[in-house]
Design a protein around this ligand. Sequence first.
Ligand code: GLY
Length: 574
Amino acid sequence: MKKSLLLLLVFAYAVSSKAQIDNSPIVGVGNAVNPYNYTIVKAKQFKNASVTCAHPLASMVGAEVMKRGGNAFDAAIATQLVLAVVYPEAGNIGGGGFMVARTTLGKTISIDYRETAPNKATRDMYLDKDGNVIPKLSLQGHLASGVPGTVAGLFETFKYARKPFKFLIQPAIDLAEFGFIISESEAKGLNNTRESFIKNSTGPSAYIKETPWQAGDTLVNKDLAETLKRIRDYGQRGFYEGKTALLIVEEMKQGGGIISLDDLKNYKAKSRTPLEFKYKGYSIIGMPPPSSGGIIIEQMMKMIEKRNIARYPFQSPQQVQLMVEVERRAYADRAEHLGDPDFWKVPLKTLGDDAYLAKRMADYDSTKATASKDIKAGKIHESDQTTHLSVLDKESNMVSVTTTLNGGYGSRTVIGGAGFIMNNEMDDFSSKPGTPNMFGAIGGAANAIQPNKRMLSSMSPTLVLKDKKPYIVAGTPGGTTIPTSVFQTLVNLLEYNMSAEDAVNKPKFHHQWLPDQVDVEPTFTSTTKTAMEAMGYKFANRAQLGRTEVIRILPSGKRETVADSRGDDSVSGY
Ligand code: GLY
């Protein structure tokens, strides 16, 4: 009996240590992830660990990394790198992002790898001689890019990982080198962006071909594979120095951009103190500035906390009106007070203070719309093409990452010879503080352009603990609609006790103070719309709001994992 127990233990150890050291290729025909044959899975419960993100190949690689002994940090690194290859619309190494995480030992972490304004950037760089905003200059082409932060962020995350970096990056290299089958939406995206890629890049790239892309085509990007190999072989310096840096600067010089070798060499990801607050029995952990996401969500949650929102039927006029009014007030504060905390004193404590928030709601009237003109501050435009991944491992390490190029396919500048797309994140600054920009939006001095400053973001990677234990990992793309999508998802889960699938997929609405209108998805209830119109609200249609990715731990311990139905998003786990 004793002997068989010993044998069993030896066998179990052998199996588990094999899992720890099995670093054989993940991607390829006959391997765990076949890039030429994969399917989308929208929702599933997993016993051990899971990933949900914008592309099935990326979530499959992340899950396989955890199966092979990696933790949630390993998986988040591998997943992001694969997204940079298979989801060029928003996955990136030429952009930036934020990570919020909690280790199994209870340590909370947030990593800021937001892009920075190049050293040569100036406050008025997007204005003509008469002081007017030059259309598209901050949106397309070489001048639109901030200094990319993603690669530095991945190496900051790597401090918490377990597997070799070489193993984590190899799936992305293989996908870039040998290709993968693209989906219909990717084909459409690449075709729609073709002319813009040609106009804003100085040379050819894998994203441009003579005939239109079709679903089922194979996308191979050898230049990107070589860039990823330099990162594999030389670490962070393989991107910020040496050949890759030279290629970036050469592309900038040829196209009139201003990012320099020093800008790249000096870029640093920053560990920040995560923003944490209580909501009823839950602890919510979010991203602090330079994201506005964490504090806006804190404000909105606290403004509804004492109002027993669940007494109103789901998406009844009363529920939606209350949420719209707290959104209006939080976004007015955002425009006035939020910017890069290394350049602007952000009054975080006051903004989240209960007494302050009670005062903000003092003029709330449950029978009619508050007019935005009666609430002070300005509005900031942000594009909505971003991407989110949620990861939870066997030991309940929780990792929530939102990363972006800003607009779909960023600035449309592909770095010649390096194969990756640059961000157009400079547009997230206020091009002209105090004056409506080209989108009719107003930005504040807090978010004016300054060299080396990080532009304000809305990205809101979020974690929830229940009774101090891991409960939810969530987040979404969507520019300024990110905090309101996360807010609704949390309200759906915590107040309306929905399944994660319902919480993610129910129609969404959004109000951001200015313009003074409620944006709604096409399936939003018309009864509520009509009732609220009678109270003075204006509505506008939005094709979709967010692509939210949620993992929740059920009482059974299973990981309820959901990918938003709004895209090719897909879950994977084991
Ligand atoms: N570019 C979108 C955001 O940072 O919020």
